[in-house]
Design a protein around this ligand. Structure first.
Ligand code: SF4
Length: 340
């Protein structure tokens, strides 16, 4: 299969306002050299602590932020960084589900308004009766039934899980090809997290959506995505199939994340992990030179403080950026660090 959406060497710097005349311009280097590909009917988990750059990557993919440099390709064609109608059409195909279901719906409008608006904008309906039918169908697709009971409700009459289902239905209204879900359940009650994640996975399969699942919890990534990429301090450090990454992690940061992850049975029961306090993500204004993980890494070597390692192919689609496994060369065994 060809990827629907590809990102190559994305970089995002946020310039900081200067308060002192003649001081050197400063910027937050939020994302550095991020590349990924999203395929129809397949989920990619983007994993890392908060501040690792995951959300910035998703916002660049959705064109809510313009990359400082790098390229995006949609259906194989380079995405032009212009605005206007082309941008609107691009955004229709690439939909983002936010973390906060309480802030994503306007409290003064009911469910019918929230779901009919995108239908009207993208001209999928001709009459009021057809519009109502399509809104009811959207509610059924996200398992809000009987749909007639939900259509007139206002956000304050809905639970967090029901609001997130409305937000998901709203993205489906425009028939997207790519769904970017940014920690879609982290603000919901533990008891309903799994239901919402399973709904997203069902829709991914039914609609053959290319799905980016952003999470700080590598254990849930293992359960919900075919592929995983791990980010640390704005850089991608390891990627491959979720099975490979979680069973045979190579990068010391991935190993740290996994050491904190709960077992899969607890994940299925809705428990999501938190990362232990073992140092902090460094400042992205002046990130550490070389490998940004070196101040926390138990295997740090002198070269790690000098430059960032090139991507090393470990075989079977598994790769990492770590000097323990080489510096860009092919090393299918990756035996220097014991598997966990
Ligand atoms: Fe640790 Fe060096 Fe690998 Fe970075 S490159 S993770 S500092 S061993």
């Amino acid at each position: 299969k060809q990827p629907v959406l590809e990102a190559e060497h994305l970089r995002k710097d946020f310039p900081l306002r200067q308060f002192r005349l003649f001081s050197a311009p400063q910027a937050v280097h939020a994302v550095d050299d991020a590349s990924l590909a999203l395929y129809p009917g397949r989920a990619l988990a983007l994993v890392g602590e908060s501040g690792s750059g995951k959300t910035t990557v998703a916002r660049m993919l959705a064109r809510l932020y313009d990359p400082t440099s790098g390229t995006l390709r949609f259906r194989g064609e380079p995405v032009k960084l212009a605005g206007g109608a082309a941008l609107r059409e691009y955004r229709r195909h690439i939909q983002l589900i936010f973390q906060d279901p309480f802030g994503s719906l306007n409290p003064v409008h009911n469910v019918h308004y929230h779901l009919s608006r995108p239908l009207r904008i993208y001209k999928h309906v001709r009459t009021a009766a057809e519009e109502r039918e399509q809104v009811l169908a959207l509610l059924r697709r996200v398992s809000l039934t009987p749909a007639e009971q939900f259509i007139e409700k206002y956000p304050h009459q809905l639970s967090g899980g029901q609001r997130q289902r409305i937000a998901i239905a709203r993205t489906l209204a425009v028939q997207p090809e790519v769904l970017l879900a940014d920690e879609p359940v982290s603000m919901l009650d533990v008891s309903i997290r799994l239901d919402i994640l399973n709904l997203l996975l069902r829709l991914k399969d039914e609609e053959q959506l290319a799905f980016l699942f952003i999470t700080h919890d590598i254990a849930s990534a293992r359960y919900f995505a075919e592929d995983t990429v791990v980010m640390y301090a704005g850089q991608m450090v390891e990627g491959g199939s979720s099975e490979e990454i979680t069973q045979r992690p190579k990068h010391p940061y991935t190993q740290l994340l996994l050491s904190a992850a709960p077992d899969p049975d607890r994940v299925k029961a809705g428990h999501l992990a938190t990362i232990p306090e073992r140092g902090e993500i460094p400042s992205l204004i002046n990130p550490p030179k070389g490998c940004r993980f070196h101040p926390r890494c138990p295997h740090v070597m002198p070269v790690c403080r000098e430059r960032f390692p090139k991507k090393t192919d470990l075989g079977a689609g598994h790769w990492t950026n770590c000097f323990l496994y080489g510096d860009g060369g092919v090393n299918p065994t990756g035996t220097q660090v014991a598997d966990q």
